[in-house]
Design a protein around this ligand. Structure first.
Ligand code: IMP
Ligand code: MG
Length: 189
């Protein structure tokens, strides 16, 4: 079919993590979470929007145990690929989390500023427990020291898109994690 809509698949330089690898790893994380929370009746997953929506959706469906979901929106990079360090809450939780077992679900931890801020912000609300699950981790980029209990994949210092992660709000729908061609970023410099 002829179309004037840009082919986002043509912007891919290479696929870093395939759809199959992602699905396998998310199921492993779910099994680990089920084992760790086996004695806990309560579990609340908090999705960090927007990037966390795909991993949250797959992780939630991979869990066979009961759990509740809530959502938090935090400021992202906008159209830039570097973190400012300043974090802003754009959407807050619907319910109090006092006494709850809270598991934050994130797409990626890069500098660590976002999760460092979120951890402190949520701890101040007195949950029974608070842990972090991130699909991706860029250890070489860490500026804020934040402990992450569940990590899907360690990745090198490259800007990635897909499986929830965007560049300038596009590419979130790729079912894999990809690196874009350098010319896609060219208009920023
Ligand atoms: P941090 O505060 O630097 O750890 O950044 C965390 C947030 O930055 C994530 O939730 C993402 O929205 C965004 N981010 C960091 N690295 C990437 C990337 O490689 N691709 C897309 N978004 C990213
Ligand atoms: Mg983003």
């Amino acid at each position: 079919m002829e179309t004037n809509i840009r082919d986002i698949y043509a912007d891919i330089d290479r696929i870093l993590i395939s759809e199959e690898e992602l699905q396998t790893r998310v199921r492993e994380l779910a099994a680990q979470i089920e084992a760790d929370y086996a004695d806990e009746e309560d579990l609340l997953l908090i999705c960090v929007l927007k990037g966390g929506f795909v991993v949250l959706s797959d992780l939630s469906r991979a869990l066979k145990r009961p759990h509740a979901l809530d959502f938090m929106g935090v400021s992202s990079y906008g159209a830039s690929t570097a973190s400012s360090g300043a974090v802003q809450i754009l959407l807050d939780l619907r319910e109090p989390i006092e006494g709850r077992n809270v598991l934050i679900v994130e797409d990626i931890i890069d500098s660590g500023h976002t999760l460092n801020y979120l951890r402190h912000n949520l701890l101040a609300r007195n949950p029974a427990s608070l842990r972090i699950c991130t699909l991706l981790n860029k250890p070489s980029r860490r500026e804020a020291d934040v402990y992450v209990e569940y990590i899907g994949f360690d990745i090198p210092d490259e800007f990635v898109v897909g499986y929830g992660l965007d560049f300038a709000e596009i590419y979130r729908n790729f079912p894999f994690i990809a690196v874009l061609k350098p010319e896609v970023f060219a208009h920023l410099t």
